[in-house]
Design a binder for this molecule. Sequence first.
Ligand SMILES: Cc1ncc(COP(=O)(O)O)c(C=O)c1O
Length: 350
Amino acid sequence: MQKPRYYFLDNRSTVNVDFSKLGFDYLACPYRFEAVFEHGVWRVRGMIEDGTVHVPEGSQCLHYGQQLFEGMKVNRGPDGRPYAFRPLENARRLNEGARLLQGPEVPEALFLRGIEEATLANLPYLPPHGSGAALYLRPMYLGIGDNVGVKPASRYLFRVFVSPVGPYYRGGFGPDQGKSFMISRLDRAAPHGTGHIKAGGNYASSFKPGADAKAAGFADALYLDPVEHRYIEEIGAANFLAFKGDTLVTPDSGSILRSITRVSVLEIAAAIFKWPVEERKIAVDELDALAAAACCGTAAVLVWVASIVDGERRWEFPFDERWHQLYEALTGIQTASREDPFGWRYEITD
Ligand SMILES: Cc1ncc(COP(=O)(O)O)c(C=O)c1O
């Protein structure tokens, strides 16, 4: 497939934005990639400038939540080049969602083309290396068409837009940056439902728990399992991690989003640091026995959990140097500041 070429003065030029001051907010960039599925085939529309999605009013994405999205970051390396992180894992997770929501898969080559072209066309918005900011990519998948019945769409839109972003939880990473989370009594996902795919509907149900937690002064909500409300699920838009003694433990659940950051952290812990890792149920009652806690995700990266509160109960966790080691190894690979023994870094070239 012939790729279009993009020309910029040099690969370090950026627009006039103070990238070090960015939060996790939308900043419109000039171009987005779009492809449409109709009559059984995907057709690339290419790069478009219109930041508004035009879809029929009867579209399944608007009424029945037949919608998926991905979130990924591209970092600028010390050489000025753009590096994505494990983009095929995002493509595979999107397609797991497409199968469950009864839509066509996005071919992996099309997914990669979308993220490459959206990055290259907006390259001056890719934050400088070392700024702490990254280019956030938002691939999205919408079931569209003139429809009123409850059934899957026959047409689909795949779009990738980008926005430079700073940290998701303000303050960054460090021993003075612990965050507190509040256990929610509301569920974000049902057992055997759509919690493990990145369907938009999962997030609408997290608005109230998130707002309640923030109104009470916490960084976000922590969810328990939707069957017994006994085991830890995940935190906001991040997976939960903890150290029990020497072992890195993380919840095993069918209703949490399988974080690509989490599998990467587990692999780093096992392969680089030789720490034992376990994916298993973690009961709330076990929080007393945990040495340290954290959460991780593309947006959050890795955040130290300083405390968890459930009504009158409160658990405090100290900063643990092992989070720092994991954070440095993960972000070092992502930003091309260190070698990548796993082959996770994906250089975007034209
Ligand atoms: C609900 C939820 N859990 C966990 C994560 C972390 O997943 P990842 O590391 O793949 O970004 C996200 C973010 O994508 C999320 O939305």
